[in-house]
Design a binder for this molecule. Sequence first.
Ligand code: NAD
Length: 503
Amino acid sequence: MQSRQATAGAVFNNFVNGQWTASSSGKVFENRNPANQDDLIGVFQQSTPADAEDAIGAAERAFASWRLVPAPRRAEMLFRAAQMVAERKEPFARDMTREMGKVLEETRGDVQEAIDMTFFMAGEGRRLYGQTVPSELRDKFAMSVRQPMGVCAVITPWNFPMAIPSWKIIPALVCGNTVVFKPSSLTPLSALNFVKVLEESGVPAGVVNLVTGGADVGTTLATHAAVKVVSFTGSTDVGRLVNQNAAPTFKKVHLEMGGKNIIMVMDDAQLELAVEGCVWGGFGTSGQRCTAASRVVVHERVYDEFLEEFSRRVKALRVGDGAADGVQMGPVISEAQLATVMKYVEIGTQEGATLVAGGHRLGSGSHGRGWFHEPTIFGDVTPSMRIAREEIFGPVVSVMRCRSLSEAIDIGNDVAYGLSASIYTRDINKAFSAMRDMYTGIFYVNAPTIGAEVHLPFGGTKATGNGHREAGSAALDVFSEWKSIYVDFSGRLQRAQIDTQDL
Ligand code: NAD
């Protein structure tokens, strides 16, 4: 990514206090198509900490009135926004494929997820349920309500550039918070498309603010005293930093981070189905999903048969520009990510794993101007190898052998991360044992590790997350605080736990 003085052409601004404004830095950065570096999508604001502070100020002022807008009214705007995204699904998907590379079918799915999440969360505007419970004292009423928290910082990665922002921004808004949103600098256009819809749907000035830029903007959001919640999705290293930066001001920090997800293929599995699941789980979004199935462990009785069919299918995948007909896998996001993938192919080879498919950059012909890599499978991987333990975040799948379900589960759990896992088996006992014993936030039976739906909690354990969940009604716990309320209508002092004889 290059930073330079603003030039003529497609210049996209920040959105602060209801105005589309340039950064005070006067600098912009370029957004280029990872399938074709000659395709300049536009330039976006290289914002400064001062720009972030302006946005935080606007969000803080807007909170004073937004928190008092009845939740069903807030929701009406969000329902409108969901409808508008639905109407623009195709152009938004095309913009997304152009800026981050995944195939159109998948970017349509990404936009659809934003639509689903926005509709689902808007529905919460007429729920946001609390509790009413009996009091232990006479003539006293007890209840709990959710209250908004204030300014929420939303920091997002590039791999789901509309879905992930929607998972954070929409629940934050329906709860009555205001938002400062810093998207990845690799996918600012999808972020801007989403924010524009929120503007057009009637969300008042200052309630949602967009500030594009780098780590210094993120650091300002994580440290600023007026920010009450930070919802971050990205790498584990950056998540740790965000957590540390937010600690002195006691913010609520919600972290969704890396993964090293596993598919377990048992000897009684329907092998064709398992292979199909591994192709989709391993190579969807070029393996750049937090839930990507980057590890597969196969029972030794079916290992050879599985690997042969898996590599046959993967070698046949058509790699190219995600906007082109018939392409099944797009580029990786950037030159740096391509270098990481190539480095791990080298590491795997040196560790003694067997390269059974792919392994090379695709850099000539129609691939010549993009960041393309062959879909790659390593066989004979052992659980201690780095390619079996570290998140590569690219089209590389490590296949291991196991002799039993319990060995598969041990291998599955023995990594730093805990996002998603799956099992292919026709034995219900094995399926339920694995479901119970895999320590992950998400588990699938006879399906790959990807495919979460918006109305269930989403998130991971260990180095993937810090105990919160997004999506589903669980997301409301990130963006609201409980207030317990006692109303005494007895007209006298009643003391809880003390006036026990009075009843
Ligand atoms: P990243 O950590 O590099 O960046 C994420 C965001 O953090 C970006 O907006 C970035 O600009 C910002 N950032 C960078 N430095 C910062 C700092 N010091 N303070 C605050 N913000 C800062 O991640 P990425 O490359 O965009 O995304 C890939 C990673 O995201 C992978 O590790 C993947 O597993 C993870 N991911 C996780 C989930 C999940 O739900 N668990 C979902 C998608 C992606």
